[in-house]
Design a protein around this ligand. Sequence first.
Ligand code: HSE
Length: 431
Amino acid sequence: MKGINVGLLGFGTVGSGVVKILKEKQTLLQDKIGTKIVLKKICDKNIELKRIVKIDKDMLTTDPYEVITDPQIDILIELIGGINPAKEYIMEALKNGKHIVTANKALLAQEGKEIFATAKKHQRCVYFEASVGAGIPIIKSIREGLIANRFLNIHGILNGTSNFILTRMSEDNFSFREALKEAKKQGYAEADPRLDIEGIDSAHKLIILAYLCYGKLFDINDIYVEGISRISSADIIYAKDMGFNIKLLAIAKKIKNELEMRIHPTLIPYNHLLSSVRGIFNAIYISADLVDDLLFYGPGAGQMSAASAVVADLVDLTRHIKAGIFSPVMEIIEDRMVGRLKNIEDIESRYYIRFLAIDKPGVLAKIAGILGKYQISIASVTQKERKKQKIVPIVMITHEAKEKNLKEALFRVGQLNVIKDKPVAIRIEEL
Ligand code: HSE
């Protein structure tokens, strides 16, 4: 059989990783799948830049339509990222009969419905293993290995950059800015790092996982998204003192017929596996009815890890094309047990709370009085040593409380004239 021809849009970090693998592992891949994967054309805005791999100049173009409309190309790899023009290129490529491999989580989370519908109409596939967890085969595992399961919960550390920053702050006394600078230098962060640190990248990835698990592509505007930019070194230290690490956690939790979908900094007890996920590593902890709890773990960002997943998709598609079957990523079946998304105000959680208060008799009683009024029960309380004159941090862990009550109570406490800064609250997840 003739080889399968591939075109690439985006010769950046991951793109050059893919080219390197296809070049260096061509024989290995051909031996494994019995078909040659031939990289025909590469498009990038800048084709002069030196890459980690040498390439025949004739393969390079700056015109994406030279790739998209080339009748010889079977599969288009989209690695330019962002919404536009990536969406336009993918739609045109589908109409031109190409299958798609993409790592573009933002695009799938935002425009997935239209893209998957267009793919179906043209009997073409869109594969996206690299979009979540880079080289961790989480999407293949959900759509194949776990296909007979009903999914209960997903708890994921899905953003390598945020986890890298929190780890550096926790273990090496880095400031937030220093840690972010380092993540950018290592090439882990998005072109716009606000996507990483404000939780948006994690939300995109959670939307994709939830789509596979529950059959609905949720809108990011209906999900609670809070990033790590307001996490202070002090809170990381106090949490550690109490036996917790702070992680940016993406949560999808089925409770009766409602689904909680939220991304926020979270205290996780040391004895849970997710608590020890460090640096750029990602972990996805899935609970499902047949397999119980599973943990997927590995580097969630990085050139070769993401490129490995792109090549895995290419191989899958090559096998399908060769067998003459149309195999969408899977027929997504809606989980009818999942009704609506729960509003963040309606969730219940335990909380870490910190106040900066004037150190004088009666202050603690005032705070506890307000918390009590809002049905918030305190599990532990610690007053830290005085740093500035007469002002001390008071740190509390609560029992399970209603989010709405907690917010109102903290607002009231914040209004006391003995409280010197906005109270801090971070949710705790016991798992
Ligand atoms: N910026 C992303 C992260 C890259 O830090 O996880 C991988 O999707």
